[in-house]
Design a protein around this ligand. Sequence first.
Ligand SMILES: [Zn+2]
Length: 256
Amino acid sequence: MFFDTHCHIHMERFAGEEAALIERMRAAQVSRAVVVATDVDEIAQVQTLLDRYPELYGAFALSPQDETLTDLSAEAIAQYVQGDRWVAVGETGIDYHYCTEPLDWARNRFATHIAAARLAQKPLVIHSRDAADDTIAILRENGADEAGFVLHCFCGDWDFARRALDLGAYLSFSGIVTFKTALDQQDVARRAPMDRILIETDSPYLAPVPLRGKRNEPSFVPHVANYLAQLRGMTLEDVARQTTQNALRFFKIKGE
Ligand SMILES: [Zn+2]
């Protein structure tokens, strides 16, 4: 059984196809997935999916890539993720990929999300791109380790990973790790402790090899697990079992 810890299957691109999508997930032995809402408007769409499909869970935070969203208080954000089926605050973080100066609005929003996670007693899903130093500093200054956090779609080198792991991080690998050029990610995926690794699709983006370029979906996550198994010399079954156990523990889901 596999656990896709990060997807966006409430998006327009999947409209009307949800039942077929879930069927394919079940057929691929992907027993759970976390659906991530990046704006208040998306919460209802995700909730509709949660009501319909018991294997889905929700996460919510205001996107770290969209300055135009109206900011919310930590209390308001904590309120949105109440209940057993909303398992995390995220995705939140810092993205300097297209913009390198310090982004005050993004740093403040990130800090507010960390406060929200601590209030709600739910872990954080972190989006960090080209911003290792700021990410570590903000996580540390705001006590993110108290809530727990995962660096989702991990993109960085071992130095970044090691500093995050020291703060208690989980690292989640997406289809990127299967790309030929992703040498840093592969290095980290080889060296990170197995009990801190999660897998995800980040669908509809970043389909893993051999499906690269297609629209991604949760049923593709075994390809990420398979790649990790080869990289670490483990069986696919062991990677599936370990990463699923990790995800259940991280999201505080009572598993079987
Ligand atoms: Zn995402």
